[in-house]
Design a protein around this ligand. Sequence first.
Ligand SMILES: Cc1cc2nc3c(=O)[nH]c(=O)nc-3n(C[C@H](O)[C@H](O)[C@H](O)COP(=O)(O)OP(=O)(O)OC[C@H]3O[C@@H](n4cnc5c(N)ncnc54)[C@H](O)[C@@H]3O)c2cc1C
Length: 507
Amino acid sequence: MTNNTSDNSIIIIGAGFAGLGAGIYALMNGYKAEIFEMHDKPGGLCTSWKRKGYTFDGCIHWLVGSNPQSPMNQYWEEVGIAQGSRIIDIDEYMRFEAADGRTLIFYSNVDKLEKELLEFSPSDKEPISEFIDGIRMCLSLEAPSKKVSLPVRIFRYIGLGLSFAINGGKMQKWMKISAAEFSGRFKDPLLRDALKEMWMPEFSIMFMFFTFAYLHKKNAGYPLGGSTPMSEALERRYIKLGGTINYRQRVEKIIVEDNKAVGVRLIDGTEHRAGRVVSAADGFSTIFNMLDGKYADDKIREPYEKWPIFQPLVFAGIGVNRSFADEPLSVSGFSYPLSSPVEIGDRVRNRLWIHIYNHDPSMAPEGKTSIIIMMESRYDYWEKLAENESAYKAKKEEIALILVEQLDKRFPGIASQVEVVDVATPMTFKRYTGNWQGSFEGWLITPANSYVVMKPMSQMLPGLSNFFMCGQWVEPGGGLPTGIMSGRRLVKKLCKEDHRKFRTTIE
Ligand SMILES: Cc1cc2nc3c(=O)[nH]c(=O)nc-3n(C[C@H](O)[C@H](O)[C@H](O)COP(=O)(O)OP(=O)(O)OC[C@H]3O[C@@H](n4cnc5c(N)ncnc54)[C@H](O)[C@@H]3O)c2cc1C
């Protein structure tokens, strides 16, 4: 479907990373951009909230592309996030504690990680070598930064080409193996469970390799201050480039005339028209509600019917009047076994996954600490519960009590130091961001749909012109860099349609 407009204006639905990213690149290329966002702030899922002086960060753990030498860092510079952000690289990715007192540490540095794993479970030497080789293979699979001189870049591109040629077969093999399947190769039960649970069990193991490779290269750091400052930086850049943004404006329908998107209608009934419409909002509501499913053929429907998503979360923020200065800093926290199984929300749980924010003092008043506990939970369970407001509220309160009780067993005395507990459910994620089933990152890349890595999902719908999508529902694997790259990919396409040279600027 080709461009059907000479109108330079673009309406964008949603001010998450993808929507703001698309807006920024559109403005850089001479388009007029106007965003309609249903919430009252920018960032979408990339957000945090305050309770009684504590900040609970609902997103960022690691930012791929944080290293100024990485090619991806250029995108963070273009959208104004790299400037002014202070990144820390944390030595430990995650810890797993066993009931027998042993602790397994997943280090960010691959050599330290290898040593730790081999010492922890010498009998798993073979699968450990495969795991470590997989990470080392990914270390060589990054394009060179534009910051290096041209001859060095050419030399590195040749190296990259060779690396792909040598490792292509291996990559395909690992893409087809899920974390759950790979973990089955380990004899040690803690190591096995850790590899299965650290990410989603269905996720291709290849992505775990990539994450550890990024961590090793100090290219997946944590931006001090967390999610909100990043979203605000993005909004600043967009506005400075001349973009318009309308908050508390929920789009109900995309207006279509003669199979051409011409604008949006908000829930207050007002209509807004533009040459093109881009939805950077949730994929399901875009396709099946805003467009009534009229432009969804079998290919468009397939993911919504078959692909697994990042399961939604029960997300608890706990503010504690206590310093955890002696606890190790961690990218993702630690998982510990409960003394006996406990029913929390929709299921019985044997472990809790805790993240102490002692790496970011801005998250709590001095001497105090914010703690996050995240648990996967079924959307339908919460959707049903939410039909009865008091039952829903009571369940959240019950979960708060259970979590404090369980934390107190791990950190004796903590119960009396807890000043606030804030429990968000999959319904909260759905209410504030519109994401289908409350998912926090869209589609998983599994062995069954790993072809999307080579053949990206379309940003258009069949039969509908002047309409585009970007964001985590057309970029399996999701994440913040992907959101920005999705907006960038889209504007590049628009420029091509309009015979413009795609250009970017750095402030
Ligand atoms: C707990 C958690 C941890 C995470 N950790 C990381 C991490 O460490 N690193 C990383 O890279 N990523 C992480 N992510 C994932 C990342 O946050 C998301 O993949 C990314 O923010 C998605 O961006 P998006 O713009 O595609 O979608 P969204 O952020 O969902 O943006 C969509 C926007 O559209 C708006 N919208 C929806 N419907 C409408 C409508 N009808 N009208 C108007 N506006 C509408 C929404 O309000 C929202 O602002 C994490 C996410 C969570 C929740």
